[in-house]
Design a protein around this ligand. Structure first.
Ligand code: NDP
Ligand code: GDR
Length: 372
């Protein structure tokens, strides 16, 4: 039975990858951080009590900032494959916490690679690094492919650039099977609530159900190539099953703006919107309610989207569009879920939660809607 170790197993991708590998028959180990509240909601459905005989899903406390902890876990597990998905993954937050972001995202990658080497596992353990389209930042070529030059635009992207090159370096220096997946934005109902797609689908559901009045966003002109996390974790595994390690762009090859994603999400929640005004004065107004069951609280004429410059970034990545030709040709990978299908799934999931909260609210229970 193959053994995989996943850092960031409690995150969006970690949870889908763990499910995927369990289905493939792997024994799956994951590193979770100690927190004052439970932080395993995304993997609770696959949790197995450690007392269960032959449990195939095991969690270890750890942190990417702690070398001795990582070395001990890798030594105990002796993994065939390590997927380094753990990161301070929020671009805007990386401007607030640049040093911590570098420690986790850049040095954390080095710590893992060095632990594998130190333990003499460099010929056994295959390594996947969660690289990112943010490396392209100020884009030099459209669409972006494996050979497009990098120009990172945030402390997050600069840290991930170190991680990218140290992964290449360990492959070249020590013959390690180490790969970079240069993944473009990918989302799902499990996406963190402060990334823009989930912030939008959640807000549209809450507004439809009368739990929130207005969504405040930053740059609505930003263009992204959005795919579904389920499609992208499949590719992470495929990359580690080749004869020769290599780096791949993973993307859909299509892009839409943040504004278009708002329109699409509102529609899924039974609301048609019209955008007007420019820059910080841009607003979106309800022009019709197409599904009164989904959106009983929506009223024509209400302004439900505004701009808050607090969400502008010191340096923005305006446009990202990936060219996944290499992944298609060499690995036969094609994304199966469109952005429209993904948006519909996310809104349906957030509407489900909003409906339950609205019911509680109607029965006099206070429901706090946390926002950022
Ligand atoms: P999430 O933010 O959902 O998950 C990040 C994971 O990393 C969480 O499990 C988090 O733990 C963990 N983590 C954070 N800090 C540390 C630390 N100091 N030590 C150990 N673990 C830590 O990210 P995604 O699942 O969306 O992304 C997975 C990876 O892919 C990340 O590296 C991200 O940068 C990269 N990526 C993501 C893309 C996307 O569009 N989703 C695109 C390209 C790259 P906790 O749950 O406790 O917070
Ligand atoms: P990104 O994702 O920065 O691309 O990084 P995010 O969803 O945060 O932003 C996408 C674009 O939307 C604009 N935007 C807003 N973003 C947020 N979070 N909140 C807002 O209110 C808002 N308004 C507009 C942003 O400015 C940006 O242009 C994600 C992360 O998953 C990274 O870890 C990963 O590496 C990259 O995708 C690829």
């Amino acid at each position: 039975m193959k053994k995989a170790l996943i850092t960031g197993i409690t995150g969006q991708d970690g949870s889908y990858l763990a499910e995927f590998l369990l289905e493939k028959g792997y024994e799956v180990h994951g590193i979770k951080r100690r927190a004052s509240l439970f932080n395993t909601q995304r993997v609770d459905h696959i949790y197995e009590d450690p007392q269960v005989e032959h449990a195939r899903f095991k969690l270890h406390y750890g942190d990417l900032t702690d070398s001795s902890n990582l070395t001990r876990i890798i030594s105990e597990v002796q993994p065939d494959e390590v997927y380094n998905l753990g990161a301070q993954s929020h671009v805007a937050v990386s401007f607030e916490a640049p040093e911590y972001t570098a420690d986790v995202d850049a040095m954390g990658t080095l710590r893992l690679l060095e632990a594998i080497r130190f333990l003499g596992l460099e010929k056994k353990t295959r390594f996947y690094q969660a690289s990112t389209s943010e490396l392209y930042g100020l884009v030099q070529e459209i669409p972006q492919k494996e050979t497009t030059p990098f120009h990172p635009r945030s402390p997050y992207a600069v840290a991930k650039m170190y991680a990218y090159w140290i992964t290449v370096n360990y492959r070249e220096s020590y013959g390690m099977y180490a790969c970079n997946g240069i993944l473009f934005n990918h989302e799902s109902p499990r996406r963190g609530e402060t990334f823009v797609t989930r912030k939008i689908t959640r807000a549209m559901a809450n507004i439809a159900q009368g739990l929130e009045d207005c969504l405040y966003l930053g740059n609505m002109d930003a263009l992204r190539d959005w795919g579904h996390a389920k499609d992208y974790v499949r590719m992470q595994w495929m990359m580690l099953q080749q004869d020769v390690p290599d780096d791949f762009v993973i993307a859909t090859g299509k892009q839409i703006s943040v504004r278009e994603f708002v329109r699409m999400s509102a529609k899924e929640a039974g609301i048609e919107l019209e955008f007007s005004g420019e820059g910080v004065d841009e607003i979106a107004t309800i022009t019709s309610v197409t599904d009164a069951e989904k959106a009983p609280s929506a009223k024509v004429g209400d302004v439900i989207v505004r701009v808050d410059p607090r969400y502008f970034r010191p340096a923005e990545v305006e446009t990202l569009l990936g060219d996944p030709t290499k992944a298609k040709e060499k690995l036969g990978w094609v994304p199966e879920i469109t952005v429209e299908e993904m948006c519909a799934e996310m809104v349906a999931s957030d509407l489900d939660t909003a409906c339950r909260h609205a019911l509680l609210h109607a029965h006099g229970h206070h429901v706090a809607v946390s926002k950022e």
